[in-house]
Design a protein around this ligand. Structure first.
Ligand SMILES: *Cc1c(COP(=O)(O)O)cnc(C)c1O
Length: 362
């Protein structure tokens, strides 16, 4: 533990790299010699232009994006995307496919239905409490897009590979696993992610959209709800969330310069997840809740023999400097969110604590 910081396993807002926080601290009063804080400079200034442009360049480089893709910063979180997606792409009775793999997919589906848009839920894992990712899904060839949630933050599952959609562009909610591993973006028409899980603070959602999807956006929508507005104005049609974008810039720099890119990040993340899953798989005390072939590298959900022990575990963990291990209030149990900034050392410390706790209570 450094600087009195705990091991932070929060699901979101979540841990950020310490070096990023230190750089923010150092530039918070006088940003780049401007004599102003980053939260005081104009979004139309050269200082902020440099921030947003560097964030965009680094994002494109990390994900290997060509000119077909536009990186946008939109407010309203991932939840706003749930409504913008059907609003922007489903006109004139056109239809989209959705796969329901948990709480967030369910919410995405609801927002399309509220608007009276035509959608089809082509697969769901609700029959087994969303503990797995469906396989062999038949997507409709005439769907405008196919929506998936790439990582299910609450249920602890993740798509191990991208499904074959019959050529239909994938739209993915990557809130909790964006930048955790390389992705083949050519299969995606749009990806989006609330920043506060894996790439920054709350207050902004990163959306990456392909040209052909942009061309579907109708003129009649309100400006602030159109992807085309954000694409044509470099996400600065209105005042953008400057501080959140600045933090993303620093996280992208950390990914490139300290970690060494997304392939390296994936290797580290796999190593981290293995430390905890190995413990869950060999313990008769802790039990993982997700099916093995659907397990998440980012959010590891598990149970103890009973709820009293879970309460005690979470409490004692907190007293020993491990925060955020309580499962989502809708499912109970325990969850360790181990996003990019979480270190191997944190996983080793956690599993040591867990082994001790089992010895005393098992
Ligand atoms: C947290 C989360 C959301 C909601 O994000 P907001 O930014 O709070 O709207 C949506 N989808 C997934 C997968 C999430 O983890």
């Amino acid at each position: 533990m450094k600087a009195n910081r705990i091991y932070n396993f929060n699901a979101g807002p979540a841990a950020l790299p310490l070096s990023v926080l230190e750089e923010i601290r150092d530039s918070f009063i006088n940003f780049k010699g401007s004599g102003m804080s980053i939260v005081e400079v104009s979004h139309r200034s050269k200082w902020f232009d440099d921030v947003i442009n560097d964030a965009l360049i680094r994002t494109k480089r990390l994900l290997n994006l060509d000119e077909k893709f536009h990186v946008l910063f939109i407010q309203g979180g991932a939840s706003m995307q749930f409504c913008m997606i059907p609003m922007n792409f489903l006109q004139d009775e056109k239809s989209a496919d959705y796969v329901n793999t948990g709480t967030w997919s369910t919410k995405a589906i609801k927002e399309a239905e509220i608007q009276g848009k035509k959608i089809q839920v082509v697969a769901s894992s609700e029959d087994k409490n969303f503990s797995y990712i469906p396989k062999n899904i038949q997507f409709n060839k005439d769907a405008v897009y196919a929506h998936i949630t790439s990582n299910n933050t609450i249920k602890g599952t993740q798509w191990a590979s991208v499904p074959d959609t019959n050529g239909v562009p994938l739209v993915a909610d990557m809130s909790s696993d964006i930048m955790s591993k390389p992705v083949d973006m050519n299969k995606f028409g749009l990806i989006y992610a609330g920043a506060q899980k894996n790439i920054g603070p709350a207050g902004v959602c990163m959306a990456i959209i392909r040209d052909d999807m942009l061309s579907l956006v109708p003129d009649f929508l309100p400006s602030m709800l159109k992807y085309s507005t954000f694409a044509s104005k470099n996400s600065m049609y209105n005042t953008p969330p400057c501080f959140a974008i600045y933090t993303i810039q620093l996280v992208m720099k950390w990914l490139e310069e300290t970690i060494g890119g997304l392939a390296k990040m994936e290797e580290i993340n796999r190593g981290k997840a293995k430390i905890l899953y190995d413990l869950l798989d060999t313990s008769g005390f802790y039990k993982g809740t997700a099916k093995q072939d659907s397990r998440s590298m980012m959010n590891i959900t598990f149970r103890l023999p009973n709820e009293d022990l879970e309460k005690k575990f979470i409490q004692e963990a907190l007293e020993n400097g491990f925060g955020g291990l309580k499962g989502h209030r809708s499912v109970g149990g325990c969850r360790a969110s181990i996003y990019n900034p979480t270190t191997i050392e944190a996983l080793e410390a956690l599993t040591n604590f867990m082994k001790n706790f089992e010895q005393k209570n098992g």
